[in-house]
Design a protein around this ligand. Structure first.
Ligand code: ADE
Length: 237
């Protein structure tokens, strides 16, 4: 999959795309991450891409024309079918289901806003899916784009080994992960639960399922309720 990121701050991405699983996925050819500097599409000799809002008010708004040009340039270069996403706190909430949907696309173009966001005509003219990573306001769409990049890339075929794939089950199954322990068996008086060193695989699985349920009910009652509801619906079929 090719993921294009249109941003005013391409260098913000270097740490995230140059390490760990995202680095491995690029080296393995499962994903190509292409950073596009929006300023390269400025029509201004000072490379400006923003202007004050019509009607007044604080901040600056990103002009529509450079964004249209950047997306047209990508479309002309093999990205005809890439799915367009605009990161904004006013978008639909990002979750694991949306990550899975996006991972099935041919390609993605991520538009990162900054300042007071984009001129509304970007949305009118390009009809991107507007996505928010949560109910809080960040300084721009770059960190949300990194969140999206990371969660989509790890779902691409061949990126995670079977070792890691358990992690994929977590939100997909609608429950939180059970607690994990590693060596040594005792740390500062804190012991690993007996069952995990018992060697009884059946009991271990039972314990994990129970802990997972307990955690979900305690920390995310909304997820636990949604799961109960879908189970009930399933039984009615
Ligand atoms: N830009 C600023 N805040 C954001 C958020 N929560 N999600 C997506 N884009 C944003």
């Amino acid at each position: 999959m090719i993921i294009d990121v249109v941003t005013l701050f391409p260098s913000m991405f270097s740490g995230v795309v140059g390490e760990s699983i995202l680095k491995r996925a690029q080296e393995g050819g499962q994903v190509k991450i292409n950073l596009v500097n929006l300023r390269d599409f400025s029509q201004d000799k000072h490379r400006k891409v923003d202007a004050p809002p019509y009607g007044g008010g604080p901040g600056m708004v990103i002009m529509a024309e450079p964004v249209f040009d950047a997306v047209e340039d990508l479309r002309k270069n093999g990205r005809e079918e890439s799915f367009l996403v605009l990161l904004t706190p006013g978008g639909v909430r990002f979750d694991q289901t949306l990550a899975q949907e996006l991972s099935k696309q041919k390609g993605l173009i991520l538009l990162c806003g900054h300042y007071e966001g984009f001129d509304e005509r970007v949305s009118q003219g390009l009809s991107p899916l507007e996505v928010s990573i949560g109910d809080y306001v960040l300084t721009g769409g770059e960190i949300p784009a990194m969140v999206l990049l990371d969660s989509v890339t790890r779902l691409l075929p061949g990126v995670l080994g079977s070792k890691d794939s358990r992690l994929q089950e977590s939100f997909t199954s609608g429950t939180l992960e059970y607690p994990q322990y590693t060596r040594p068996q005792e740390v500062r008086g804190l012991k690993v639960p007996e069952v995990l060193v018992s060697g009884d695989h059946g009991k271990v699985a039972e314990w994990r399922e129970e802990k997972s349920k307990e955690r979900t009910e305690e920390r995310r009652p909304d997820l636990a309720a949604a799961k109960k509801k879908s189970k009930k619906q399933f039984r009615q079929l």
